[in-house]
Design a protein around this ligand. Structure first.
Ligand SMILES: Nc1ncnc2c1ncn2[C@@H]1O[C@H](COP(=O)(O)OP(=O)(O)OP(=O)(O)O)[C@@H](O)[C@H]1O
Ligand SMILES: [Mg+2]
Length: 231
C-alpha cells in the first residue's frame, strides 16, 4: 500500500480566550493511520478534532489538507453530540441515506414511506460496509428515529457516516452508547478501513481498539505529546 499524507499541522495552537489547550502540535496523518487523541475531560480533544475538520480556526499555526475535505463526502465525522444530528421526522433508513440522496419526506407519516428501507438494504449490501454494526437493519421500519434507543440511534449515525465511503474518518467517542457486540463490530470495520488505506482520527475513552499508529496526548497547560508507534 502506498502511504500518502492526508493532513499535516505545523506549530498548531488552540485556545479559548487566555487558556491554551494545545500550544505547539506538529501532526502528520497519512493513509493507513489511526490517530488516537487522548486526554482527560476538558483537555481539548473535541476542539482539536473540530479544528482539524476546519469547523473552527486555530489560534496559531497551520493545517495543510492534501485534498479538499468535504464532511459527508470524502470525510466522515461522528461528533460527540452525534444523536442530535439525526433528523427526528425521518425514519431510520431515511436518516442513514439522507446525505447520499436528496430525500424529501413526501408524506407526513413515516409508516407510508417504507420504500426507503429497501433502498438502504440494497446500498448496505452493495457497499464495503458489510456488518459494520451488527443488526442495524432490524431498526428499519416505519418508526420515527426519535423513538429508537440511544444505542440504536448511534448505530444509525455510524452507518450513515461509513455508507458515504469516506477516505478519512474523524470520530469523537464513536463507541459511546454502543453495546459491546456493536462496538466490536465497528472496531473490526475500522481495522479493515485503515488496512485498505483509510485514515482515522479518533477520541475514545474505551480501550476497544484498533491499536493506534499515532498517539496524541493532550496534557494540562497546552502541553501535547505526539508519538508515532513503530509497526
Ligand atoms: N466556546 C467555548 N468557550 C470557552 N471555553 C470552551 C468553549 N468550548 C469549550 N471550551 C472549554 O475548552 C475545554 C476543552 O473542551 P473540549 O470539548 O475540547 O474537551 P474534551 O477533551 O473533548 O472533553 P471531554 O472528554 O469531556 O469530551 C473545556 O474546558 C471546555 O469547557
Ligand atoms: Mg470531547
Amino acid at each position: 500500500m502506498t502511504i500518502t499524507p492526508v493532513l499535516s499541522t505545523k506549530s498548531l495552537g488552540l485556545a479559548y480566550r487566555d487558556r491554551w489547550l494545545v500550544r505547539d502540535l506538529a501532526l502528520t496523518v497519512s493513509s493507513g493511520d489511526l490517530v488516537a487523541v487522548e486526554g482527560r475531560n476538558g483537555a481539548g480533544k473535541t476542539t482539536l478534532l473540530r479544528t482539524l475538520l476546519g469547523l473552527r480556526q486555530p489560534q496559531r499555526g497551520t493545517i495543510a489538507r492534501m485534498v479538499h475535505w468535504q464532511i459527508g463526502e470524502n470525510v466522515g465525522f461522528v461528533p460527540q453530540d452525534s444523536l442530535s444530528t439525526l433528523l427526528p421526522w425521518f425514519t431510520a433508513a431515511e436518516n442513514v441515506l439522507v446525505g447520499l440522496l436528496n430525500l424529501r419526506p413526501d408524506t407526513h407519516s413515516c409508516a407510508e414511506r417504507p420504500h426507503v428501507d429497501q433502498l438502504a438494504r440494497q446500498l448496505i449490501g452493495a457497499s464495503f460496509t458489510g456488518n459494520v454494526i451488527a443488526g442495524v437493519e432490524s431498526l428499519f421500519g416505519s418508526r420515527p428515529v426519535d423513538s429508537l434507543s440511544g444505542g440504536e440511534q448511534q448505530k444509525l449515525v455510524v452507518l450513515r457516516t461509513v455508507l458515504a465511503l469516506p477516505s478519512v474518518l474523524v470520530l469523537d467517542e464513536p463507541y459511546r452508547e454502543l453495546d459491546y457486540g456493536a462496538a466490536v463490530a465497528f472496531r473490526d470495520y475500522l481495522t479493515g478501513f485503515v488496512d485498505r488505506g483509510g485514515a482515522v482520527v479518533m477520541v475514545s475513552h474505551q480501550d476497544i481498539g484498533p491499536g493506534p499508529t499515532v498517539r496524541v496526548n493532550l496534557q494540562p497547560e497546552g502541553v501535547t505529546t505526539c508519538l508515532r508507534i513503530a509497526s
